[in-house]
Design a protein around this ligand. Structure first.
Ligand SMILES: Nc1ncnc2c1ncn2[C@@H]1O[C@H](COP(=O)(O)OP(=O)(O)O)[C@@H](O)[C@H]1O
Ligand SMILES: [Mg+2]
Length: 350
């Protein structure tokens, strides 16, 4: 199998205006805008094979949508390189968008006042799809997404679930090789979510479509993706098997230590004492501050604590959960409402 998507050391920076508080601040900022650089995506690399469904996850503001916008050519990376199906998304976009499909769950690419069927007719023209191929395609999409009951209704009258099904259909009408779904189940109820997941699975199975899916709902991931890439604060923090991630991060704990002197803590002693090796133990040292991350299913917190206290001169010590667990917990909770979308969606608009 070959790589359909190659992402190499990609970053995206935004300039953000810093607002000073109060009226004086707003007047002042009209003239002298203070700006800071936000690294929305920070040096990420990954590859996706043809026909793979990749789950792209991370907490709010992690940089998922920004990454998707670069992958779909809406945004140009500040640095790095993206190649998808042999093309660079942000160059020659007109040609590129014919080979991809995009859905941004939080906005629609459908024409609000037109009946859905007319949106499809317009897309047929845009993509120059032959009558016969168009009919076959509509039949297939109708079968997996059950569009018939509302295909003659104006888009603005559709329920959110119907609208999402329609959006997915619109993104698939030209039979794209790659499909980008940014929060395709956001705000939907359980039954509708389930239907959408089944449709996505079906499309992937039938068409071998390569799919990148971002979501807050870990059930989406569990049902659709074997592999995930997790990002946090713009950085890639995990790339691999979903099962392995649960095992790896689900049980990680952290001990934060302020040492009396530099460098009197090392990984080796933990390996010897507790048999914690490889991914099960990580020690980050920054001057007199140390963070020991370890797999709590392999060693007891209390045992590690008493070992540290008896062998190392410690000024202060605290136990916490690994950050990553917080991420997962948030994902499981599915806080889907506090998300803000930026920029513009529909690939066909460009
Ligand atoms: N157009 C933009 N201008 C300035 N900052 C942006 C813009 N788009 C996104 N950001 C910032 O980049 C970060 C990542 O945002 P986003 O990619 O939307 O994250 P996610 O989709 O994972 O929630 C956030 O801090 C966000 O405020
Ligand atoms: Mg987003």
């Amino acid at each position: 199998m070959s790589n359909m998507i190659q992402v190499k050391n990609v970053s995206k920076e935004f300039k953000k205006v810093i607002k000073e508080p109060g009226l004086k601040g707003s007047v002042k900022s009209l003239f002298h805008k203070k700006t800071e650089i936000v690294k929305a995506v920070d040096n990420i690399s990954f590859e996706v094979e043809e026909g793979e469904v990749l789950g792209f996850i991370g907490p709010n503001g992690a940089g998922k949508s920004t990454a998707i916008k670069m992958l779909t050519g809406i945004l140009t990376p500040t640095s790095g390189e993206i190649i998808i199906n042999g093309q660079v998304p942000y160059k020659n976009r007109k040609k590129y968008v014919k080979e991809i499909g995009v859905v941004f769950g939080q906005r629609t690419q459908l024409w609000w006042d037109l009946p859905l069927s007319e949106t499809f007719t317009v897309l047929k023209e845009i993509y120059q799809i032959e009558d016969k191929a168009f009919k076959q395609r509509m039949d297939f999409l109708n079968q997996v997404l059950d569009l018939e009951p509302f295909v003659t209704s104006p888009v603005r009258t559709l329920s959110l679930g119907q609208r999402m099904r329609a959006d997915i259909a619109a993104s698939m009408i030209h039979n794209p090789k790659v499909l980008f779904l940014d929060e395709p189940t956001i705000g939907l109820d359980v039954v509708v979510k389930d239907n959408i997941r089944k449709a996505i699975a079906e499309i992937n199975k039938n068409e071998k479509t390569t799919i990148i899916l971002t979501t807050h709902d870990l059930s989406d991931i569990e049902l659709l993706c074997k592999r995930i890439v997790m990002i946090d604060k713009g950085k890639k923090v995990y790339d691999g098997d979903l099962d392995h991630m649960k095992e790896k991060y689900g049980k990680m704990r952290e001990i934060h230590i302020t040492l009396k002197s530099d460098n009197d803590i090392n990984k080796l002693s933990f390996a010897e004492k507790f048999g914690l090796t490889g991914d099960d133990i990580d020690i980050a040292l920054d001057g007199k501050k140390a963070v020991v991350k370890f797999n709590s299913s392999k060693a007891q917190v209390s045992e590690l604590l008493s070992y540290i206290l008896s062998t190392i001169t410690v000024k202060d010590i605290a136990v916490g959960e690994a950050d990553i667990e917080e991420i997962i917990r948030r994902l499981y909770k599915g806080n889907e409402n506090d998300e803000t979308a930026h920029g513009n969606a529909a690939a066909v608009e460009a």
